[in-house]
Design a binder for this molecule. Structure first.
Ligand SMILES: [Zn+2]
Length: 84
């Protein structure tokens, strides 16, 4: 399998061997993986950022709630409402 890329200047086809499973050689993009368009890259980055932010927010909220619960438990114990 030869690289299918063609030179813009000479119009000749690249004569290098194509990457395994690809139609172009390494220098013509055969080594690239993942999102290839600018839009795709942007969407990918956005998805990751949003996800990370959400996870952080949820985690801190949960920690706060747990702290409140612990405090409430302490008050209830003091008041004799519950027994440990
Ligand atoms: Zn090539």
């Amino acid at each position: 399998m030869r690289c299918q890329a063609q030179s813009k200047r000479s119009g000749e086809q690249c004569r290098k061997a194509a990457m395994r499973g690809k139609t172009v050689c390494r220098t013509h993009g055969g080594a690239l993986t993942g999102p290839k368009t600018a839009e795709g890259r942007e969407r990918c980055a956005e998805a990751r950022t949003v996800h990370g932010g959400e996870t952080r927010a949820i985690r801190s909220k949960r920690t706060k709630k747990l702290k409140e619960l612990k405090e409430l438990e302490g008050v209830m114990l003091k008041l004799g409402m519950i027994h440990s």
